[in-house]
Design a protein around this ligand. Structure first.
Ligand code: HEM
Length: 127
């Protein structure tokens, strides 16, 4: 096959395939998505910021500029687990409640720390 033909086939394939990320997602419950740690890692910028707190995944992109503690603190945990930081900075129940608005899914059971059999138990972990 001629080189030009191969290049033309390759470019039509690559423009037809839409890249949707490194990991396929599966549904874990009504309205909830199972999202792996690896997938969360891909969302680590100011324009696309996900975060894990208590094994749940939050898309906080829209919240960044509203955070009373500032945007920079949040960006340190972009794409990562922020449970200890969130807990350690003494957030109110209002802040916990606010999280619900941004939840987009949960970690698979084998990647969780708290919400699994034999996981860490905290007295004030949200339901
Ligand atoms: C998406 C997750 C988060 C939400 C929804 C959130 C929400 C809030 C809210 C509502 C407040 C006002 C005080 C309160 O009601 O507790 C606050 C303050 C604060 N947050 Fe967060 N926060 C989040 C993540 C974090 C993280 C990861 C850190 C990292 C250390 C952090 C550090 C702080 C600090 C230091 C304050 C105090 C600011 C001050 O009093 O001047 N927050 N946050």
């Amino acid at each position: 096959m001629a080189k030009a033909t191969i290049i033309s086939i390759a470019s039509s394939i690559s423009s037809a395939v839409k890249y949707i990320g490194p990991v396929s997602l599966s549904t874990v419950g009504p309205g909830e998505r199972e999202i792996t740690l690896e997938e969360v890692l891909w969302h680590d910028t100011r324009k696309d910021c996900w975060m894990i707190i208590y094994d749940r995944v939050y898309d906080i992109t829209e919240f960044l500029d509203e955070h009373p503690g500032g945007v920079d603190l949040l960006l340190e945990y972009a794409g990562r687990d922020a449970t200890v930081a969130f807990r350690g900075s003494g957030h109110s129940t209002t802040a916990l409640k606010l999280l619900e608005r941004y939840m987009i899914g949960e970690l698979p059971v084998n990647e969780r720390i708290f919400r699994k059999n034999g996981g860490f138990k905290l007295s004030d972990i949200p339901e």
